[in-house]
Design a protein around this ligand. Structure first.
Ligand SMILES: Cc1ncc(COP(=O)(O)O)c(C=O)c1O
Length: 399
């Protein structure tokens, strides 16, 4: 007899969300096991190898005996390196110090632990829709009162700030923003951030800025972080990490920057969950930030070429229309001329065309009628996928 029956599982578990892309990946792998060709555009991870100098640093750290526990916030040398890098890259004054940095195994636990540190049941939490699923999952788990502001394709997926203004109040505790944005690739402009900063100060709420794609941008102007705007350094939590910029998803290395008092509480959550990030991985992080930046730029130039290819290719397929994303590595075409049921279309494309993508609805209700293609695939695979979609699509029957 099973000892752990369903009724033994905590009721709170039902408030957790999850990432649909991993389910699509499992099905895609099952199809591949039967000999079918599948182009993977479902998972948000760079297909490049981690740059060599980063791998070498980890190997050297392992050989040098860096195999023991570290402080729960992370080793001081990495925190200093991140504080220096983040202050320079984001033009933050006064600059961050190591006391402002908390190291986590990927950016995702930085989000989870920060929300745990801030949200009591009933607290007002505002984010946007569509969104990376981790924010609403954590906030709902913590029983916060969750409000989602729909993002609009006609604004190239930037938040409707009039609507945001109507939906925040003195009761709002925390707002999450994410720029460049997963799943749409949208980027908030300086004037958007200024208006959000003004609202945050007027209503005295905090802002969690998920900037994990801050190095994956395809414009020539400077990247603007809300933390750099006047009065915002003290009320912003910046989440970032190594997964996307350095092709290090499997290493599990991320961090968040925040006021020292909050950093101590987030560190307490680190201490209670994973204790610390693998020591040699933290040393690899130092090498990533101190080493040559060329690999990041080269990967980005490749992403940019792929973006241009997939967006123009999708726009040639009848029924698809796709805005040009300015950041991240996702194309988010509108498919409502074909069907409102993006999930059915995504399933069809995987089963009949061998193209794995994610339904926009996996990122929230406002994603209904869209698909997300991660263009972390070679140009040859992108071309193959575009032809396969165009060939299979006439057979699709909307449910
Ligand atoms: C918007 C966003 N934030 C955070 C993460 C988490 O990244 P990681 O935990 O791999 O550092 C992801 C990963 O897909 C993401 O898309």
């Amino acid at each position: 007899m099973l000892a752990v029956t369903e009724d033994r599982i905590a009721a709170a578990v039902h408030r957790l969300g999850s990432e649909n892309a991993f389910l699509v990946l499992a099905r895609a792998r099952a199809l591949e096991a039967t000999g079918r060709r599948v182009v993977h555009m479902e998972i948000g991870e760079p297909d490049f190898d981690t740059p060599d100098h980063i791998k070498e640093a980890a190997i050297e750290a392992l050989r040098g005996g860096q195999t023991h526990y570290t402080p729960s916030a992370g080793i001081v040398e990495l925190r200093e390196t991140i504080a220096e890098y983040a202050s320079r890259f984001r033009r933050i004054t006064p600059g961050y110090g190591p006391e402002n940095v908390v190291i986590t195994p990927g950016a995702k636990p930085a989000i989870w632990n920060t929300l745990c540190a801030l949200l009591d049941p009933g607290d007002e939490f505002v984010y946007f829709d569509p969104a990376y699923p981790a924010y609403a999952s954590a906030a709902s788990y913590l029983q916060a009162k969750v409000t989602a502001i729909p993002l609009r394709e006609e604004r190239n997926w930037r938040m409707d700030l009039d609507e945001l203004e109507r939906r925040v109040s003195d009761r709002t505790k925390l707002l999450v923003i994410n720029s460049p944005h997963n799943p749409t690739g949208g980027v908030l402009e300086r004037e958007d951030l200024e208006r959000i900063a003004d609202l945050a100060q007027r209503h005295d709420f905090l802002v969690l800025a998920d900037e994990i794609y801050s190095r994956n941008v395809y414009f020539d102007r400077e990247y603007v972080s809300i933390a750099a705007l006047p009065g915002m350094r003290e009320r912003t939590i910046v989440v970032d990490g190594f997964s996307k910029a350095y092709a290090m998803t499997g290493w599990r290395l991320g961090y968040a920057l925040m006021p020292e008092g909050l950093a101590n509480v987030v560190t307490l959550f680190n201490n209670n969950t994973f204790s610390c990030v693998a020591t040699f991985v933290q040393h690899a992080g130092i090498a990533a930030l101190r080493g040559p930046d060329e690999p990041v730029r080269t990967m980005n130039a490749t992403f940019r070429e792929r973006r241009d290819r997939i967006v123009s290719g999708l726009n040639e397929i009848p029924g698809f229309s796709c805005t040009l994303p300015e950041g991240a590595f996702y194309a988010f075409p509108n498919v409502t001329k074909i069907t409102k049921d993006g999930r059915a279309l995504a399933t069809f494309l995987l089963e009949e065309a061998g193209v794995a993508c994610t339904s926009g609805s996996a990122f929230g209700r406002a994603g209904d009628g869209y698909l997300r293609f991660s263009y972390a695939a070679s140009l040859a695979d992108i071309d193959w996928a575009l032809s396969a979609i165009a060939r299979a699509l006439p057979q699709f029957k909307a449910p």
